[in-house]
Design a protein. Sequence first.
Length: 418
Amino acid sequence: MRFVFHERNSKRIFKLDKSQIIWSDFKVIYESSWKTYVRRFPATSIIILALIVLHILTHVYGKGATDFETARQFGAMQSNNKEWTEFPYLLTSTYQHIGGVLHLASNLIALYIISPFIERVFGTIRFVILFNLTGFFGGLVTLLFTTDLTSSGASSAVFGFLGIYIALMVKQHPLLTKEIAYPMVVITAVNIISTFLIPGISITGHLGGLLAGMLLGMWIPASKTLIKEGFFISFFKTIITTGIIFAILLIPQNVIKSHSFIDVATQVGLGDYVTGKKKVALFNLHRDPVLDELNWMIEQYNEKSVPLFNGLVEDYNNGINIDHPTAQQEAITEKIAILEENIEIIHNHSSINETNQVQNQLLIMNEKLLEAAKHAQKTLETMTPYESNAFLSKMQEVEDAYNQFHQMLEELRDDYEY
């Protein structure tokens, strides 16, 4: 800002009021070189760099950020893993972007714009804590209220920062001038609306981050003056703070042995949501019915059919080699009852046109497995070659049905690009 004095001996004193001072400090976001930006906002710059480097590494050491296996290796969370072992991923998923370059770019732009003020009023350590904790809580809400998502991205932390702006407005922070506050109100409103309108966006992650940001923003004190820290000091604080948080998230899986994550969720009244028995309608606006049916059938197969198949083979092999296989017969009787129940569930499950044939194949597969179980039971009762051959023949039919189910499942996934 330049002042022009028309009188050489003028004694007038020109002052900038507080709002002009603060705003001129943050005009660097739009008007300066990247070197000036890095110098003024080192923690933000370090996090942006970390996100870019991690994205590049997914291509160097994997199949790219959009590949599910690579995404998981580089930190994406999976909401079907309802164990304490998933907790570290609730943090690392903030840094990985499964949506690809556009997903990464949108979050980088958002962080570039909204992070500087928060960094300068909270300082590096509290800023990094806020970034990581809002990202973590967005992941935690996703883990609690969804059952089949692979999710990642810094948008939970972005929404967390927007929540912090809301908290600072409520607290009437003296440095949060209208030049900064008004654009943030617009950005927050637009992002909340787009969360519910654009498919593929994690509603749980965004709303979880936003709520965490508002709560943490009300609780963690912000400085009433701008905090400035050197790049290298900020770098080490960022690395150490993030490392400590990550280490803390490793504790539950190594310490809490007597209670599972689902046990704890059940104790606080969230057990049915964690297991998927109940759903929050607000969190399921973007659900794809085909994907839901696919996930349901895969769950039926992995959690029920496969264990029953393997258990039946084990019971048969153990029983055929002893004189009195009473325990094995009882085990097979239990499996028959479970199979009959599973068949009824599959038969009564409401299907959709796109997945009807695959669901029917899943039903056939379980019906054949039930027939095989009855032959296994007869074999252990009579020990006759006829029943034994019938069991082995029926198990081959089950295996053929399994292979057909897999093929149909893969074709459906390819058709819908899942």
